[in-house]
Design a protein around this ligand. Structure first.
Ligand SMILES: *[C@@H]1O[C@H](CO)[C@@H](O)[C@H](O)[C@H]1NC(C)=O
Ligand SMILES: *[C@@H]1O[C@H](CO)[C@@H](O)[C@H](O)[C@H]1NC(C)=O
Ligand SMILES: *[C@@H]1O[C@H](CO)[C@@H](O)[C@H](O)[C@H]1NC(C)=O
Ligand SMILES: *[C@@H]1O[C@H](CO)[C@@H](O)[C@H](O)[C@H]1NC(C)=O
Ligand SMILES: *[C@@H]1O[C@H](CO)[C@@H](O)[C@H](O)[C@H]1NC(C)=O
Ligand SMILES: *[C@@H]1O[C@H](CO)[C@@H](O)[C@H](O)[C@H]1NC(C)=O
Ligand SMILES: *[C@@H]1O[C@H](CO)[C@@H](O)[C@H](O)[C@H]1NC(C)=O
Length: 391
């Protein structure tokens, strides 16, 4: 956008959300090659105390816990065909499942679009699509150094999915673009105080989880990791913006409307708190997810004995069906010609893009791009206008 266009927009009081970042397609995970570039965990669930063993690549394929459907969608599921003995005195406490993470890392200036047709649900089921720098080969400790973004998370039969950030201390939520009352917690830090659950909000959309999600044909989640803040949008199939339909290779976040979840960089220095992220799928069972929260599950009795044991039919719906994951990279040239001192965010390369925290937009543009409140628009807009006049 040219400076004079921005000036006109500001003078007329037009919404200037179109300042928001533009992205181009960087990497697609889809179809028969979907699983090619992921690492399989190959260990029991040693992070959430769930009753699962996450299979290695070879076993996950041979046991068909991962597969590609005739419709070319990727499936990630829990074993629902093995009967675990209920009466054995030597308890069989773990069922096979899958956890995978991308080999490429995506830093600040990245955006990923996850298109699902089905998400896991059922008593004892805890499925998530999330990201963190954690590598199964490199122990990136202590958690949550490098930051964690939970784009989709649902457990048992809860009626809404959850959006959460986990960070080191010092990252909080102020002036999010969505209503702040949706936040259960505004402090994104985990472990300070011990037990803090990160900054978390519940989806207000009834169709993000369970049978409702597949009944509407599924949908997409968009996660934006920008220096201006972290945002997540959800669209069920019928509401996917035109700009994202088909095989769009570029997109502009200004066409997405208000995000479902937004943590602006105002009081969370995204560029320094969030290191390049590996995208992760996992489905664990029981463990730390609050089984008793869903009455119909709690009434069945203890989670392990009443879901994990037995013939596995409890897990028929415990799977992700994924149409694609597409990762985009920022190409925003901000407002060329503006004298507000803005510089274009640097494109972020994927694998090993460890310097991506340097993505820089001017403070003013950063604020504008964060769906700030009208009053912030006014103040910053006036400052930018003056800056342009004096150029
Ligand atoms: C994890 O570490 C392995 C081995 O060092 C490396 O090949 C892989 O690219 C890394 N993946 C991520 C996401 O860091
Ligand atoms: C499904 O959505 C409807 C509204 O469309 C809502 O009444 C119902 O509670 C939802 N069911 C679940 C399991 O979330
Ligand atoms: C969010 O959902 C959780 C569990 O489903 C519930 O305990 C909590 O009260 C909800 N928070 C808000 C703000 O609705
Ligand atoms: C998008 O690309 C996929 C994979 O190449 C292809 O199967 C599909 O038909 C394309 N969709 C559209 C709308 O062009
Ligand atoms: C859930 O309820 C059962 C039975 O009342 C109890 O034994 C168990 O400790 C509870 N679990 C949690 C996580 O509160
Ligand atoms: C699996 O176990 C459940 C609960 O014990 C039972 O209701 C169901 O009939 C069993 N299904 C099969 C195919 O054995
Ligand atoms: C496992 O669940 C799938 C549906 O997700 C179903 O098609 C399949 O028959 C189930 N397997 C068994 C052994 O019941």
């Amino acid at each position: 956008m040219r400076a004079h266009q921005l000036a006109v927009a500001l003078v007329l009081g037009l919404p200037i959300s179109f300042v928001r970042a533009q992205y181009t397609l960087k990497k697609t995970y889809q179809g028969s090659s979907f699983f090619d570039d992921w690492t399989f965990y190959g260990n029991f669930d040693d992070t959430n105390n769930g009753h699962v063993i996450y299979l290695n690549r070879q076993d996950a394929f041979s046991q068909k816990l991962v597969s590609i459907t005739q419709a070319n969608n990727a499936i990630i599921r829990v074993d629902n065909f093995t009967t675990l003995p209920i009466t054995s005195p030597t308890l069989v406490e773990k069922r096979n499942s899958v956890r995978i993470n991308t080999n490429d890392l995506y830093g600040v200036g990245s955006l990923w679009v996850a298109d699902f047709a089905h998400v896991p649900y059922g008593c004892g089921v805890w499925g998530a699509f999330w990201s963190t720098p954690t590598n199964t080969s490199i122990n990136f400790a202590p958690w949550p150094t490098g930051g964690e973004i939970d784009t989709f998370e649902s457990w048992n039969l809860i009626q809404d999915s959850h959006y959460t950030l986990h960070t080191i201390p010092g990252c909080t939520v102020t002036n999010p673009s969505q209503t702040s009352s949706a936040f259960a917690s505004m402090d994104c830090s985990a472990g300070n105080p011990v037990g803090a659950q990160g900054c978390s909000s519940n989806s207000t959309d009834q169709n993000t989880v369970g049978p409702n999600f597949s009944n509407v044909g599924g949908g997409i989640w968009i996660t934006e990791l920008a220096s201006t803040g972290i945002s997540i949008w959800f669209f069920e199939r019928a509401n996917i913006p035109q700009s994202l339909k088909g095989n769009a290779t570029s997109l502009d976040t200004s066409t997405f409307g208000t995000p479902a979840f937004n943590v602006p960089s105002t009081s969370c220095n995204v560029g320094s708190v969030f290191k390049p992220q590996s995208l992760i799928f996992d489905i664990t069972l029981c463990g730390e997810a609050d089984y008793n929260q869903t009455q119909t599950c709690a009434s069945r009795g203890a989670c392990l004995q009443n879901t994990v044991w037995g013939n596995g039919s409890n897990f028929d719906e415990a799977y992700f069906e994924i149409q694609s994951i597409k990762v985009f990279q920022s190409t925003t040239t901000a407002s060329g010609g503006s004298s507000a001192g803005s510089t274009a965010p640097q494109p972020t390369s994927s694998a090993g893009a460890t310097s991506s925290g340097s993505t820089s937009t001017s403070g003013a543009l950063a604020l504008l791009a964060t769906s700030a409140s009208a009053s912030i628009y006014a103040v910053v807009g006036a400052a930018m206008f003056l800056a342009m006049l004096s150029a």
